[in-house]
Design a protein around this ligand. Structure first.
Ligand code: PLP
Ligand code: COI
Length: 365
């Protein structure tokens, strides 16, 4: 049994929250993932007992035994989504039910217990409500929510743990890339792949990101913002970036993005882009895209635009693609028209400024 379907959360407000003036100063230029709110959510799990002891409490270090299984075998998963201020002063999340579903798909892949969807959603509501003063105002600002769970059992044997801790922390954020919405450059890793068939590529587990850090460092050494991974079998097809999915826009107005075959993360932004583009009458193909097709298409003009998308990056144009064989740019390396129109459409829905045709906006306050 997983328990926790109707867990009550005990609320223990932080007795020493950050003062108003200090908080306002922090919110003026939050960056990404550097500052955190006053609270966190914790929920415990034990085999036989299910989920229990749900709390909202002061954000604080978590005591951890050095033999906690996660420190050794990386049994950990996470999610990322944002809360936005609406024009009427309310607050909404974007598609949190999709994050709940993906969290449980990741849990299944990592042999972890599922968390009831109601508990996941409730935990987000609770932290948004208590920390609502931390949502940055302004066009690029939002409250980034980071739900995660890890194996807390004290045990060094290699098997799924019997105890877990689920937490939510929240971080006021501005744009993910420090340059704002400018085209990014990407590095094609010659050595590293991200995920192989049968591996954990479709799960949002910390291990995938640890495995990508050397490739990301290599990208930075080559002056690039992000790494793009090729498939692990043929080293020919585009998979995704370190933390974003990829789309190409063609000269006939159609779009293409790599298919969900288990090696890439099924991005919620990716799914939203596909639905919005199709609704506007564009053809969108989910199919393998080779690096050669991208390079040749950029040269011939068939590939007009390219963009990366994800919760943190929203929709960000890709300008330059660099590899050991040299580099190429898509069109003039600037921000494409279709890319920027999709971005505006998505952001306007997320922020409650446009009609919400798919009922994606989940009002919290
Ligand atoms: N791919 C990876 C590896 C990611 O980390 C993310 C970010 O969450 C994405 C894609 C985009 O997913 P989403 O749009 O759900 O944020
Ligand atoms: C996100 O977009 O939520 C991500 O997880 C990307 C990165 C910050 C890991």
């Amino acid at each position: 049994m997983s328990g926790g379907d109707n867990l009550e959360f005990e609320i223990r407000p932080n007795p020493a929250p950050v003062g108003d003036a200090e908080r306002a100063a922090l919110l003026a230029n939050p960056g990404f993932g550097r500052i955190f709110t006053d609270h966190m959510v914790t929920v415990r799990y034990a085999d036989g007992k299910g989920w229990y002891d749900a709390r909202v409490e002061a954000r604080a270090p978590i005591p951890m035994d050095p033999a906690s299984a996660v420190l050794h075998y990386a049994q950990e998963i996470f999610e990322g989504l944002k809360a936005y201020t609406l024009p009427d002063g309310g607050v909404a999340m974007f598609r949190p039910d999709a994050n709940a579903a993906r969290f449980n798909q990741s849990a299944e892949r990592m042999a972890m217990p599922a968390l009831p969807v109601e508990t996941f959603l409730r935990s987000l509501h609770e932290i948004i409500e208590i920390d609502r003063g931390w949502i940055p105002q302004g066009e690029e600002g939002s409250l980034y929510l980071r739900p995660f769970a890890y194996a807390s059992e004290v045990f060094l044997g290699v098997r799924p743990a019997t105890e877990y801790l689920y937490l939510v922390i929240a971080s006021p954020v501005g744009p993910y890339f420090s340059g704002g919405v400018k085209p990014v450059s990407i590095w094609v890793s010659p050595d590293y792949t991200r995920a192989a068939p049968g591996g954990t590529g479709a799960a949002k587990c910390g291990g995938n990101y640890a495995a990508g850090l050397s490739a990301q460092a290599e990208a930075a050494e080559h002056g690039c913002d992000q790494v793009v991974y090729l498939d692990a079998v043929e080293r020919k097809y585009i998979d995704e970036l370190g933390g974003m999915n990829v789309f190409l826009v063609f000269d006939d107005g159609s779009l293409a993005t790599p298919p969900l075959t288990g090696t890439i993360l099924p991005g919620i932004t990716r799914d939203s882009v596909i639905k919005l583009a199709r609704r506007a009458g564009r053809r969108v193909e989910e199919r393998p895209i080779s690096l050669d097709e991208w390079r040749e298409g950029a040269a011939s003009g068939r590939v007009r635009e390219a963009f990366a998308c994800g919760t943190a990056a929203v929709i960000t144009p890709i300008g330059t693609i660099r590899s050991l064989d040299g580099e190429f740019t898509v069109a003039d390396g600037g921000s494409g028209e279709v890319t920027m129109a999709l971005r505006k459409e998505l952001v306007d829905i997320q922020r409650g400024r446009a009609e919400d045709p798919f009922s994606w906006v989940h009002r919290v306050l």
